[in-house]
Design a protein around this ligand. Structure first.
Ligand code: 3NM
Length: 517
């Protein structure tokens, strides 16, 4: 079957979607706008009405050389000579439909699980409709919300099959590029997206379809550039660090912090000390203006409230829309049910260039079962160094971003390379905000250096942790209290050296190695 599934329109005849308009007119506009397949889905109308509507739709679709598929009703497809059917798990069996339909008919099957996908492939389905991607008001009786991670897992597991796939559920202009990008497994990608409301309910279905066609054709602005590991990767990266610190100081980036109230003041001072510019704003609507400065956004959910998540979502959408860096610090992710839900909601709402957290937090984001953090501390470690490195790498691979797992040794990965950083000082663990500041600093470096995000974050960590070592070594520093001002001074000293073109602060100081897995 050679059908272009890239923009697959599913119709809906409910008043909330049609808003008094004519279904066939909307579909014709969508065809003009470039949809590549139309599925007529009508769960309520009588058979006679369905056949009459399908016949009209078929005439329209034929005008634009777009195949028409009928949802569920093989009889309707046969009556109007449609190109095929789409069958859900509760509809007629594939084998029965196959017997009834003409030989070249297209038969697509809905799959919410790997088992359903495998069964449909074994039966000989032409394509799979994989869903539900995100929960959607258009269809509320869906069974599983897969997200991009669940979809990617199914694509990966069926990669040996040439079957075509589309994803469905909650896909619209703001997330379509991310859905395609983040669902892709190294071995298999989606062939398209199936959409109801973002086209059918749009005021201008033609323009909505045209916009979607353009978005689908292009990768998102935040798509990661591949950086395969080189022969001496760690040394090669380290050679570039001083120049990147210099660049960050020169660029004087803005970082928008949606950060917990415990550490806001300290983090703002850290950012000023390194030569960047902080703004602390928990107000989601403000991001529409703030993102225009093309700085970074940090989401740190350390003091979550009932309103935080909706504010975060607005801000993530604004920054993702411009392709500006977004950092997620899922503080205390495994501590409470509310925070676990916040993690799922946020991971579904947008793209994070960097996810930064301690072991417990990263395990929770990964979806490990039974993570129980006591407050915001990581809790007892359950992983050895290799396992931590692997988890950071696997999460970065799955999300197609960069992951930093912090601890006595930090593990940083972009899904290809894994770098362990052993710099720092135990005093960092005795002062609130020192972990949170790493997220904010990373935002500054990600803004200043876009082409290699792992290198950007590594440069920030090294500036930060070497400053901590310098501060702790001062003879007047006796504990966490005297450490804080000395630490700000040492960050400022490195920033001043960097802006004077003096890289001596870095010579021989980095304790960094590449972990081969
Ligand atoms: N099937 P929208 S979700 C028709 O999960 C349908 O199988 C789904 O609508 C599934 O694009 C869905 O407006 C509705 O979110 C998708």
């Amino acid at each position: 079957m050679a059908v272009d599934l890239s923009l697959y329109l599913v119709t809906d005849s409910t008043p909330a979607i049609l808003k008094g308009r004519d279904l066939c007119t909307i579909v014709e506009e969508a065809c003009k706008g470039g949809v590549t397949v139309v599925q007529y889905r009508d769960k309520k109308s009588d058979t006679g009405v369905q056949i009459a509507t399908a016949r009209k739709l078929h005439q329209i679709c034929q005008k634009y050389s777009v195949p028409l598929l009928i949802n569920d009703r093989v009889d309707v497809a046969l009556a109007v000579g449609a190109e095929g059917v789409h069958l859900g798990q509760d509809d007629m069996l594939f084998t029965e439909a196959k017997k009834m339909l003409p030989k070249d008919s297209i038969i697509g099957i809905s799959a919410s699980t790997l088992e359903e996908a495998q069964k449909a492939i074994a039966d000989g389905a032409d394509y799979l409709g994989i869903g539900t991607m995100f929960s959607t008001p258009t269809k509320t009786n869906t069974r599983y919300t897969l997200g991009t991670a669940g979809t990617q897992a199914i694509l990966d597991a069926i990669s040996a099959s040439p079957v075509s796939t589309v994803a469905i559920g909650g896909i619209n202009h703001s997330n379509v590029q991310r859905v395609i990008y983040q669902s892709e497994s190294p071995k298999k990608a989606l062939d398209g997206v199936a959409i109801v409301s973002a086209i059918m309910a749009a005021d201008d279905p033609k323009a909505a379809s045209e916009d979607l066609v353009n978005l689908i054709k292009n990768p998102p602005r935040f798509a990661l550039t591949a950086h395969p590991s080189r022969a001496n990767e760690a040394e090669a990266l380290l050679q570039e660090v001083p120049a990147i610190v210099r660049k960050m100081v020169e660029v004087h980036p803005l970082v928008h912090n949606m950060i917990n109230f415990v550490v806001a003041n300290f983090v703002a001072n850290v950012i000023l000390s390194i030569g960047a510019s902080p703004i602390m704003s928990p107000y989601g609507d403000e991001a529409t203006d703030l993102c225009k400065f093309d700085g970074a956004l940090l989401i740190n959910m350390g003091t979550l409230t009932s309103e935080s998540v909706s504010n975060y979502m607005k801000a993530v959408k604004a920054y993702n829309g411009r392709g500006n860096p977004v950092i997620y610090d899922p503080v205390g992710a495994g501590a409470t049910g509310i925070r676990r839900n916040a993690v799922s909601d946020l991971m579904a709402c947008g793209y994070f260039d960097l996810i930064k957290g301690n072991e417990g937090e990263i395990r929770q984001v990964w979806g490990s079962s039974g993570v129980q953090q006591r407050g915001v501390d990581s809790g007892p470690s359950t992983l050895d160094g290799q396992q931590k490195a692997r988890l950071a790498r696997d999460l970065a691979r799955r999300e197609r971003n960069v992951v930093l797992m912090t601890g006595a040794i930090d593990y940083l990965s972009d899904g290809e390379r894994v770098i362990a950083v052993e710099n720092g000082h135990p005093f960092l663990g005795q002062v609130t905000g020192t972990g949170c500041a790493v997220g904010s600093i990373s935002g500054c470096f990600l803004t200043a250096h876009r082409s290699d995000r792992l290198l950007a974050v590594l440069s920030g960590i090294l500036m930060y942790e070497i400053a901590a070592e310098n501060a702790a070594s001062k003879e007047y520093v006796r504990g966490p209290g005297s450490f804080v001002p000395a630490f700000l001074d040492e960050l400022y000293a490195i920033r001043t050296a960097a802006s004077n073109g003096d890289d001596s602060w870095f010579a021989g100081r980095a304790k960094v190695q590449e972990i081969k897995l």
